[in-house]
Design a binder for this molecule. Structure first.
Ligand code: NDP
Length: 338
């Protein structure tokens, strides 16, 4: 079977491509540029028979994916702007996320006759209720929605605009299938902070913001342990497998899944990295001390529920320790090459 993966050069997508190839699928990766196309192919030198790439320079142009979807059996949509250094929320975050999703689904409906399922990488960003803060006593699950509006997102801070772009893009996808009743069904995966070792061809400086989040702990830029932003994590390898399962499990159709390994905090990050024999002592000196053992996820912080993903998709989750230390070890390797 041939699977189209959008944003195939990204951190998460490369793990998805790897999982798909290992499971015997053929993959067509959609990327924005020749450089990204080359990087994607370079990552999988053994797979020249089963991996191809197609360049879609602007996914907001109607019909952008018309050629890319021809002959494919399913689509995994991961491409979406994931950055905070934006000058204009609307053109840099909201429009590409929302319009990109609508354009892709339009191309699949019109030219992807064989496509039975589209899987979208949404986010905990599409679930989080920003008005509730730490929301003691609440357990996030698939019924939670971020209700932030487009109008508000246009002029707010970039972090809120990013989470809005994910929520509004996911809503646009559900609206599309409800209104257009296409030949495919939809499965949506919502991961929180994604950790784990990068396998894509990327320079240290081009790592995504989740990677920078960890890098701060070694770089010496943190004087103290920062306040935790979002309290859920998942490992990229588990998330990639969840995408493959989302394609394969019939009952996953028209369902939304919270793909979350558990809770964590930045203090826990500092403590785990400092305790790990795999982290060089010289870098440990940069890790802020904070209050070791304190400010861990507890009853005063919202909880997370991953039972639906385990029950229906059969996802198995790595521990926070394994995920964060593997991420850090890979980051340290990339720092050396930089
Ligand atoms: P990356 O930045 O590594 O990958 C993002 C991918 O999206 C790249 O292929 C990028 O292409 C593409 N992309 C970005 N903007 C556009 C655009 N305007 N038009 C077309 N393609 C675009 O990030 P991740 O792998 O971490 O993210 C993948 C998906 O997972 C995203 O949808 C993100 O929102 C979601 N996600 C990520 C989380 C995380 O912690 N990492 C958490 C929750 C959700 P290019 O290289 O050309 O810029």
């Amino acid at each position: 079977k041939l699977i189209l993966v959008t944003g195939a050069n990204g951190f998460i997508a490369t793990h998805i491509v790897q999982s798909l190839l290992q499971s015997g699928y053929r993959v067509r990766g959609a990327v924005r540029s020749q450089t990204s196309a080359d990087a994607t192919l370079k990552t999988f030198p053994e797979s020249s028979q089963s991996l191809s790439v197609v360049i879609v320079p602007d996914m907001t142009v109607p019909g952008a994916f018309d050629e890319a979807v021809k002959g494919v059996d399913a689509v995994l949509h991961t491409a979406s702007p994931f950055k905070l250094d934006v000058k204009d929320n609307e053109t840099e975050l909201l429009v590409p996320a929302i319009k990109g999703t609508e354009v892709l689904l339009g191309s699949v409906a019109a030219h992807g006759a064989a496509v039975k399922r589209v899987v979208i990488t949404s986010s905990f960003a599409a679930m989080v209720n920003l008005t509730k803060g730490l929301w003691p006593g609440h357990t996030y699950n698939e019924s939670d929605w971020n209700e932030v509006t487009y109008e508000y997102a246009k002029t707010t801070d970039a972090g809120t605009a990013y989470v809005a772009s994910k929520a509004l893009a996911e809503k646009a996808a559900w609206d599309f299938v409800r209104e257009r009743k296409p030949q495919f069904d939809l499965t949506v995966l919502c991961p929180p902070m994604v950790f784990g070792p990068a396998v894509h061809s990327v320079s240290f400086s081009a790592m995504n913001i989740a990677a920078w989040d960890i890098n701060r702990f070694f770089s010496g830029e943190l004087e103290d342990v920062p306040d935790t932003g979002y309290w859920g994590f998942v490992d990229v390898r588990d998330l990639a497998k969840a995408h493959v399962r989302a394609l394969e499990v019939p009952e996953a159709g028209n369902e939304r899944f919270f793909i979350v390994g558990g809770r964590y905090s930045y203090q826990q990050t500092a403590d785990v990295l400092r305790a790990s024999p795999r982290i060089p002592e010289v870098l440990k000196k940069n890790i802020p001390l904070g209050k070791p053992g304190h400010n861990y996820p507890g009853p005063n912080i919202y909880d997370v529920n991953n039972s639906k993903s385990i029950r229906i998709l059969g996802v198995e989750y790595r521990s926070f320790e394994e995920s964060i230390v593997d991420s850090a070890v890979k980051m340290i390797e990339l720092r050396k090459e930089a």
